[in-house]
Design a protein around this ligand. Sequence first.
Ligand SMILES: NC(=O)C1=CN([C@@H]2O[C@H](COP(=O)(O)OP(=O)(O)OC[C@H]3O[C@@H](n4cnc5c(N)ncnc54)[C@H](O)[C@@H]3O)[C@@H](O)[C@H]2O)C=CC1
Ligand SMILES: CC(C)CC(=O)C(=O)O
Ligand SMILES: [Mg+2]
Length: 356
Amino acid sequence: MKTYNIALIKGDGIGPEIIDEAVKVLDAVAARFDFSMRYEEVLMGGSAYDVTGDPLPQETINVSLNADAVLFGAIGGEKWDNLPREKRPESGLLRFRKELGVFANLRPAVVYDELVNASSLKPEVVKGVDLMVVRELIGGIYFGEPKGWEGDKAYNTMVYTKPEVVRIAHTAFKIAMERGKKVCSVDKANVLDVSQMWRETVEEVAKEYPEVSLSHMYVDNAAMQLIRDPKQFDVILTGNIFGDILSDEASMLSGSIGLLPSASVGAKIGVYEPIHGSAPDIAGQGIANPIATIASASMMLRFALGENEAADRIDAAIKHALKDGYRTRDLANYDAKELCSTSEMGDIIANYAAKE
Ligand SMILES: NC(=O)C1=CN([C@@H]2O[C@H](COP(=O)(O)OP(=O)(O)OC[C@H]3O[C@@H](n4cnc5c(N)ncnc54)[C@H](O)[C@@H]3O)[C@@H](O)[C@H]2O)C=CC1
Ligand SMILES: CC(C)CC(=O)C(=O)O
Ligand SMILES: [Mg+2]
């Protein structure tokens, strides 16, 4: 029987609660499809800082680099907000992504038919939405130098090199070839030099994908268009900060940020993680929606481990649970037949995934 080694990073806030449910579902499909998962839990974020004084201990990097994939919850919380920048949980996560070299963050936003009423937009606007945000993950303003805070002046720098844009553009075009063959590159080229270079570089890469139609959009317009007519988008290609913001926005097409998974890829080892944060406001209450993390585990099976049937099974089980009216609190007001806790939702999805 094949055994996969997974580095498990629960993190802070709701991180441990949602990861436990993803593990439950993974184990259920593993038993059914005749493979097994071996998890090695390592620390990152505030919980790592509390134990080791470092939000990203070297052991976490080592274990992750030796695993088949990383499954990650979320980090951060008020307790650590006033630490020096480099000790903050968020700095640990940024450094982790950089150390692993996962330059492409794939954030699919899909509207489940069962949840068309859950979006804050009209059902006819969101029904059938199926888009993919391809977000550059280890460059741009979250990493650029110089940065600093000196007295009354603070600054960050948005930097991209041409090779960084070329590689993320290839990722987006390749994904588009497997989907609707449309890429919309989102930038702020009317104002930023870095965006102008981004746009020209994307144009050059596009020549290698003549079947894909490329458009460009300024990020402010893109934020509006996502709400006006989200079905116009297939693949949205964008930089780190714009992708971070637009994907949170896109999550409300689907009804809850607790639904959107992601895959951070591009290097040997991928990181599979929900798009949301550690949700300190609901941590420890058993009400977080684990579906984003369970769907991230499905992406891990598909992209990192090649267990496509098991991934399909999880995706079907999520849909089945929603169709049967099971809802965590974030979706309680939308066609709910039964309100369930985080772990009850995990049980239901694991049961469906194991049996059907
Ligand atoms: N990848 C990561 O680890 C990320 C970490 N963060 C960190 O998380 C902390 C909280 O940040 P926020 O801005 O509040 O963003 P957040 O994404 O943690 O929460 C935003 C809102 O969405 C809700 N929410 C998030 N996930 C949910 C889920 N699974 N089920 C139900 N509701 C959910 C929260 O309760 C909250 O009201 C901060 O320390 C931030 O730096 C933020 C984003 C990403
Ligand atoms: C917490 C940040 C480091 C990043 C973020 O918000 C994200 O990746 O979604
Ligand atoms: Mg974010």
